[in-house]
Design a protein around this ligand. Structure first.
Ligand SMILES: Nc1ncnc2c1ncn2[C@@H]1O[C@H](COP(=O)(O)OP(=O)(O)OP(=O)(O)O)[C@@H](O)[C@H]1O
Ligand SMILES: [Mg+2]
Length: 399
């Protein structure tokens, strides 16, 4: 169609402040800063009609009443292969999804930093193979499983860590273990892993949850087990975006067989959909009175929000402190439902696992803790391991 060569980059931004930042980032990236123009979607459309469109087109949609419609209309004049990065000032997951659905690569939130722009330029100019690796498995529909401690210290993290390890190592499933306890989580620590980058930022801004985010933010315990965690600074409040959580889960489910989320109780009001969408919700308690009260409160909440999955009531550390514990019968009477899994107190393998930086299941395969946990692990994976026992070839290709 068009004979003249394409520019590597062209930007239309709403104001001069934005122009300066984008021009600085363009310069640092080796592009001509003169390619950053002040203008909206209409100006971009006018300028690009009947000329070759650039490889990377950056559009500021903040002045547009209907950014999605604007981008669609602009697409009519864009050549195939032009990758579009949008910037805007609305932090809205629906807008982000809409833009991605119509073919936009990224949506960056204002105020922009040079670093954010450079990272976006890098992603947009990356070889397409990078993205294809992850998106090849987009149709997979991973099971969503949640563990939630009814009280602090009852062993919810120990259960999440070990269940994830067992599904990955014993059942051959690809598991993403997500620690939503952003300030005090211990999941990465349990595996002696340094958390990856960007998890906290992604929870504040869904625009950051692209395919490459998974590569940056997840750290691997092994080929089959990936961990998503962070150690958020204690002096920074979290500006949680519940749409970002939904998007993150969707992304993880399309790339893993099982997504196991450890959800601290304090986050329940911020992301109820984690519970409504989960296939299995394991509520972990001990046999104490306070544990009983809060197990009852949690199971009532799960009932009220009409969560569609199974609820597994798990009592951990049973026998730890007989003087403080009530009988199973009294506990069940109190919570008005049966306990589904009782896991005994079994300190040795847990202590050993801490000192070795791995799961108890790795150091005491047939110990009491691990044996008792196996039933719950089976419920979590829901027979997926047997159904999907992947052939060697299939597993090689799914890496
Ligand atoms: N069945 C068990 N037998 C013996 N010790 C256990 C058992 N389960 C967990 N523990 C130990 O109990 C302690 C608390 O466990 P864990 O950190 O998993 O609890 P948690 O519910 O995640 O706590 P938090 O509320 O602080 O996040 C840890 O030292 C762990 O090793
Ligand atoms: Mg914990």
């Amino acid at each position: 169609m068009n004979e003249s060569p394409r520019d590597p980059f062209l930007a239309f931004v709403a104001d001069d402040v934005c122009r300066k930042v984008v021009a600085e980032a363009a310069t640092q990236f080796g592009w001509n800063p003169g390619q950053v123009l002040v203008g909206g979607l209409q100006d971009a459309k006018r300028a690009l009609t009947d000329v070759p469109t650039p490889n990377i087109l950056l559009l500021d949609v903040s002045g547009s009443a209907d950014p999605i419609e604007g981008v669609v209309s602009l697409a009519e004049v864009c050549d195939a292969g032009t990758r579009v990065i949008t910037i805007g000032s609305v932090n809205d997951v629906e807008l982000y999804r809409g833009l991605v659905d119509v073919g936009v690569d990224d949506y960056l939130l204002k105020p922009l930093g040079v670093g954010t722009l450079l990272a976006a330029f890098k992603r947009a100019t990356a070889e397409p193979e990078n993205i294809a690796d992850v998106e090849e498995s987009e149709s997979l529909d991973g099971r969503l499983v949640v563990t939630i401690g009814a009280r602090g210290g009852v062993g919810a993290s120990s259960i999440a860590v070990n269940a994830a390890w067992m599904m990955a190592h014993e059942q051959g499933l690809r598991v993403a273990l997500v620690d939503m306890d952003l300030y005090f989580g211990t999941v990465a620590l349990a595996f002696d892993l340094e958390p990856g980058r960007g998890f906290r930022e992604a929870l504040e801004n869904p625009a950051r949850i692209d395919s490459l985010f998974l590569e940056r933010a997840l750290v691997r315990e092994s080929e089959n087990l990936a961990v998503l965690a962070t150690e958020a600074s204690l002096d920074q409040p979290l500006r949680f975006n519940s749409g970002a959580v939904d998007l993150l889960i969707e992304k993880l489910r399309s790339n893993f067989d099982v997504v196991l989320i450890e959800l601290p109780r304090s986050l329940l009001p911020s992301c109820p959909s984690v519970l409504t969408e989960a296939e299995v919700i394991a509520v972990v308690s001990d046999f104490t009175l306070a544990g009983m009260r809060d197990t009852l409160r949690l199971s009532s909440l799960i009932n009220d929000i009409k969560a569609k999955g199974q609820v597994a009531i798990v009592v951990n550390r049973a026998g730890f402190s007989p003087d403080l514990e009530m009988s199973q019968k009294d506990f069940e009477h109190g919570i008005k439902r049966p306990v589904n899994h009782v896991i005994p107190n079994d300190i040795k393998p847990l202590a050993k696992s801490v000192s070795e930086g791995t799961s108890a299941a790795a150091v005491a395969k047939s110990g009491k803790f691990v044996t008792a946990l196996r039933d719950l692990v089976g419920q979590m994976s829901g027979g997926k391991a047997e159904e999907e026992q992947p052939s060697l070839l299939k597993r090689l290709f799914r890496k």
